[in-house]
Write a protein of this length. Structure first.
Length: 206
C-alpha cells in the first residue's frame, strides 16, 4: 500500500498533523460566527449570498461545517457584512490578551502559496489587525475589496513585492512600505525567486 505523501508548507517542511485540527477549529468558529451574524440581521442565505458574492451553496456548507473556507472566501464574507476579519473568525476580546506564536491560527490560500499569521490578539485594538504574510516565489495573491474606509499598510521584510491596487502597481524591496485604500481589489505578488515575508497592518474605518 502506497504511503500518503505528507503535506508541506512554503519551504517544503512538513506541516504538523495539528494543522488539520486547527483548520477544523477555525471552520467551526467561522460557522458559528457567520450563523450568528446572519440571524442577528434576520437575513436568509440567499440575501447573504447577494451581499457577499459567495454562493448560497457555499455559505450553507460553511454554516453546517461541511467545508473549511479559504482565506479569500472569509475575506469576501467579512467585507460583505462590513465587519473585521477577526470578528468573523470568532476571536473574543478581553481586557488583556497575549498571543503566543505557536497559538496563532495560520491561514493558507487554497494553492498553499500564501500564508497569513496574526501578530496581535484580536482583543488588542478593535480597529486594527496585524499579520505576517509569506508568499512563495513567483506567486501572487489577489484580495477582494474590503469595507469602505479600510486602509492597509504593508512593509516588505524579505524578498520583493509588486503591490497592485486597482490599476496602479509599485515595485517594493526589503524595508519599503506602502499604504493604500483597501476598498479596491488589490494583489500581492512576489516577483522574486525565493519566498518573501511582509508585515501587513489593516485599519478599519469604523
Amino acid at each position: 500500500m502506497a504511503k500518503t505523501k505528507p503535506k508541506t508548507g512554503l519551504r517544503g517542511a512538513p506541516i504538523p498533523s495539528g494543522d488539520d485540527v486547527g483548520a477544523a477549529e477555525l471552520a467551526g468558529r467561522v460557522a458559528d460566527s457567520l450563523r450568528n451574524h446572519r440571524k442577528r440581521r434576520e437575513m436568509s442565505l440567499d440575501q447573504l449570498a447577494q451581499l457577499t458574492g459567495v454562493s448560497r451553496a457555499a455559505l450553507s456548507q460553511i454554516e453546517t461545517r461541511k467545508t473549511n473556507p479559504t482565506i479569500g472566501v472569509i475575506w469576501k464574507i467579512a467585507s460583505g457584512l462590513g465587519i473585521a476579519f477577526s470578528d468573523l473568525i470568532g476571536e473574543t476580546r478581553t481586557g488583556l490578551a497575549v498571543l503566543r506564536r505557536g497559538e496563532a491560527q495560520l491561514l493558507r490560500s487554497l494553492d498553499g502559496k500564501f500564508e497569513s499569521r496574526p501578530l496581535m490578539p484580536a482583543s488588542g485594538i478593535p480597529q486594527i489587525e496585524m499579520y505576517e504574510l509569506r508568499l512563495a516565489a513567483r506567486a501572487r495573491h489577489a484580495s477582494e475589496p474590503h469595507g469602505a474606509g479600510t486602509r492597509e499598510i504593508v512593509v516588505v521584510l524579505t524578498g520583493s513585492m509588486r503591490m497592485t491596487v486597482g490599476e496602479h502597481s509599485d515595485e517594493l524591496g526589503p524595508g519599503d512600505s506602502v499604504v493604500f485604500d483597501a476598498n479596491k481589489p488589490h494583489v500581492y505578488e512576489n516577483t522574486g525567486g525565493s519566498e518573501a515575508r511582509y508585515h501587513n497592518v489593516i485599519v478599519y474605518g469604523r
